[in-house]
Design a protein around this ligand. Structure first.
Ligand code: COA
Ligand code: ZN
Length: 314
């Protein structure tokens, strides 16, 4: 039997944080409420970061308070530091997604501090939360850094082990700027699942170099069953030059469904939300299925071709 694949929808965090024009709070809430009906395992609603760093998500508290939660969906929020965790704890998320990079240059760009300072700051958050909320840690630039290039998997392994020691058993391995290729993904998937069999790993891909879905396939073939995706393929890190969107949720989900994996996601409803998202950002997004339709959307045969076919039969 094929593995069940679970998706975490990150459009209202990873997707929105890179948008130039502010998306009104009520529109964010409306989109999340729609996504809650689509069957996702998890939704990353927002981030409790410094509003100066990410002005688009300055309304994190209002958004968390405004959404209608659906049972069975986990609502997670991105946290860079203790201040963020304190703010998030006021609105009862199901999970805190702590973030740091696996390269110094990206961590300094994104978090304005060294990797060691970030680790210490996240360790402080983990002690503060004291198991009251589930913690996931996202490791950015794990397959390559836009400033430093190749990142040695030993750095990733070392950080996973150190977070494991602090009791963290959920980690996301992020290809923040689309530097990974399918072979590298296969090696990383084998490495982390063999070394840390009790840890729940999510893989997070960006399609910056067109390898997003190939990387997803490679990860699935190597036993990974949890993925982040962004509706319409919206996304990108404001602190990573040239970063573009995440893998497109609806394209990725539809591909896995066609291949016989169970996802519990209603693709038709999701495509409606992808169209709504385009009205929010005011442009066409990179998603393909929303343009082409599902494979059930067949075209009628033209009269001329029908005529040709009828002659050939006789
Ligand atoms: N929530 C709200 N405000 C915060 C905050 C948080 N989580 N963290 C810091 N602040 C505020 C401080 O209170 C301070 O406010 P003030 O100027 O009014 O006194 C100001 O932000 C600066 O605080 P400081 O601790 O010096 O932080 P910094 O400026 O060095 O920024 C981060 C560090 C990590 C907080 C900031 O860079 C950040 O939020 N980055 C997030 C990046 C991100 O989300 N990237 C994309 C996701 S991968
Ligand atoms: Zn990302």
């Amino acid at each position: 039997m094929k593995n069940r694949i679970d998706f975490n929808e990150v459009v209202t965090r990873d997707g929105f944080q890179n948008e130039a024009l502010f998306i009104p709070t009520d529109k964010k809430i409306e989109l999340i409420n729609q996504l809650s009906q689509c069957g996702f395992a998890k939704i990353e609603v927002t981030s409790f970061t410094s509003p100066k760093a990410i002005p688009m998500l300055a309304d994190a508290t209002e958004v968390m308070q405004g959404i209608r939660r659906v049972q069975g969906v986990e609502y997670t929020v991105l946290i860079p530091n203790l201040r963020g965790a304190e703010r998030a704890m006021q609105v009862n998320p199901d999970e805190l997604n702590l973030v740091m990079s696996t390269s110094q240059s990206h961590n300094f760009s994104n978090m304005r501090m060294s990797m060691e300072s970030s680790f210490a700051s996240l360790a402080e958050v983990i002690h503060f939360v004291d198991q009251k909320i589930v913690i996931n840690v996202s490791l950015s630039t794990a397959f390559g850094c836009p400033m430093e290039g190749y990142v040695d998997p030993k750095i990733v392994i070392d950080l996973i082990a150190r977070f494991n020691d602090l009791g963290v058993d959920r980690l996301t391995i992020c290809d923040t700027t689309g530097m990974a290729n399918p072979e590298q993904v296969a090696q990383m998937a084998q490495l982390v699942t063999n070394l840390f069999p009790k840890t729940a790993f999510t893989f997070h891909f960006h399609n910056t170099r067109g390898m997003g879905l190939a990387n997803l396939m490679s990860a699935i073939q190597n036993g990974i069953t949890q993925f982040d995706g962004s509706l319409g393929g919206l996304g990108g890190c404001p602190y990573a030059p040239g970063a573009t969107g995440n893998i497109c949720s609806e394209d990725a989900i539809y591909m896995t469904q066609l291949m016989g994996h169970q996802t519990s996601i209603d693709i038709i409803q999701l495509l409606e939300s992808a169209k709504f998202l385009e009205t929010l950002v005011g442009r066409t997004l990179p998603g393909q299925i929303v343009k082409a339709g599902t494979i059930e959307c067949l075209h009628s045969v033209s009269a001329a071709v029908q005529e040709l076919m009828s002659h050939q039969k006789s």
